[in-house]
Design a binder for this molecule. Structure first.
Ligand code: MRU
Length: 356
């Protein structure tokens, strides 16, 4: 998708260097950062220079490429794979991508291993682009149906950033929106600010602006009243881990939006590529929920009067805060899962009908 009229992807490989858009600096600064080592890759994931489930998966795949460039050695590669998997706990894509790479690299001799790794990391990225495009085409049908009935702008609420910045291109939750917009369907997006890191305001609104999609940022608590007033036609969010029973772990606050949607008969869809499905964990209580530094809550960053990025403390100095990054939305509140293979019920039967 585009930034300043120029098409970008979120990650690319150039001359043995991995390039990313530093998402901690958006929307105020557009900086392309170079990753040259496995340490750089792990740091980019931990500090959220790259974030979003599919993108951290792709970054970990390229992290393994960088580790081979650094030191073509099996034990170095194994340690790199373990460190990558442990760099963020909730999104399953990290483990999915690392496992896929390691399977591909097993038994490959040291002369061929680098090329094999580069090719597989590229495959993971290309596959994600295709998956996200198809999620868009499948979700488009839902938006089209609402538009045909309503004959007016379709208002869609989304939480966090499950946009192209969270993937390689297109996004998951935003892909149906981009497809609808390109088709001339009138859409407007309510963008949850998504405290504490403001991925909605900083990233989703930014990328929608760059593509010319009408959107309005709302405080995270505003969705409920908008739904009560009939101003939300549907919700679409992403997911970091989808259980085989249809429960989804996504950015904290997703659950509360799903509850409000349920109470107001607003359809609540979750968009996902199959790389976020965890077929192993059966109980959502077993999903590891990332707990991040509470300073992400108490310290905010923005432009000061001189357009300089500045950090300020907004809480009482003595107050404690807790920063859980994800929550679980039980499948009973999910109207449907929009995947690359089609839309299904958020249930074992639904997922198995598409992915068995
Ligand atoms: O903490 P983040 O910014 O990595 O969280 C991202 C989300 O919660 C997204 O909704 C999810 O990864 C799906 S991205 C297509």
């Amino acid at each position: 998708m585009k930034i300043n009229g120029k098409a970008f992807r979120t990650i690319w490989f150039d001359n043995n260097i991995v390039k990313i858009i530093d998402q901690t600096k958006l929307p105020h600064q557009f900086i392309i950062k170079e990753l040259r080592t496995i340490k750089d890759s792990i740091n980019a994931i931990k500090t959220m220079e790259v974030r979003g489930a599919p993108l951290i998966g792709a970054t970990s795949a390229y992290g393994l490429v960088l580790s081979i460039i650094e030191k073509n050695d099996q034990s170095f590669l194994k340690k790199a794979s373990e460190d990558l998997v442990n760099s963020r706990p909730t999104a399953i894509n990290l483990k999915w991508a690392v496992d896929r790479m390691m399977k591909k690299l097993t038994g490959v001799n040291s002369k061929e291993i680098l090329n094999t790794a580069i090719k597989e990391a590229q495959n993971i990225c290309e596959e994600d682009v295709n998956f996200c495009k198809n999620i868009g085409l499948n979700g488009l049908k839902i938006i089209e149906a609402i538009y045909k009935k309503k004959k007016d702008t379709v208002n869609i609420l989304t939480h966090c950033n499950a946009g192209w910045l969270a993937t390689i291109d297109w996004g998951t939750a935003t892909s149906p929106i981009y497809h609808a917009h390109k088709k001339g369907i009138k859409v407007h997006v309510w963008v949850d600010e998504t405290r504490p890191r403001n991925q909605g305001a900083n990233l989703t609104s930014y990328e929608l602006n760059e593509e010319g999609v009408p959107n309005t940022i709302i405080a995270d608590n505003t969705g409920g009243i908008l739904m009560q007033r009939g101003q939300v036609d549907m919700c679409i969010t992403g997911t970091d881990r989808t259980l085989s029973n249809g429960d989804v772990a996504n950015k904290v606050g997703t659950y509360l939006k799903a509850l409000a949607a349920h109470d107001n008969n607003v359809p609540f869809y979750v968009a996902l590529p199959s790389s976020t499905i965890d077929w192993k964990i059966k109980n959502s209580k077993d999903i590891p929920i990332e707990e991040r530094n509470s300073e992400e809550l108490s310290i905010v960053e923005g432009l000061d009067n001189n357009e300089k990025l500045t950090k300020v403390l907004i809480y009482p100095k003595k107050s404690k805060a807790i920063n859980l990054a994800f929550d679980i939305t039980p499948s009973k509140y999910v109207t449907g899962l929009i995947t690359e293979k089609g839309v299904c019920n958020a249930s074992k039967e639904g997922l198995e009908s598409l992915f068995k």
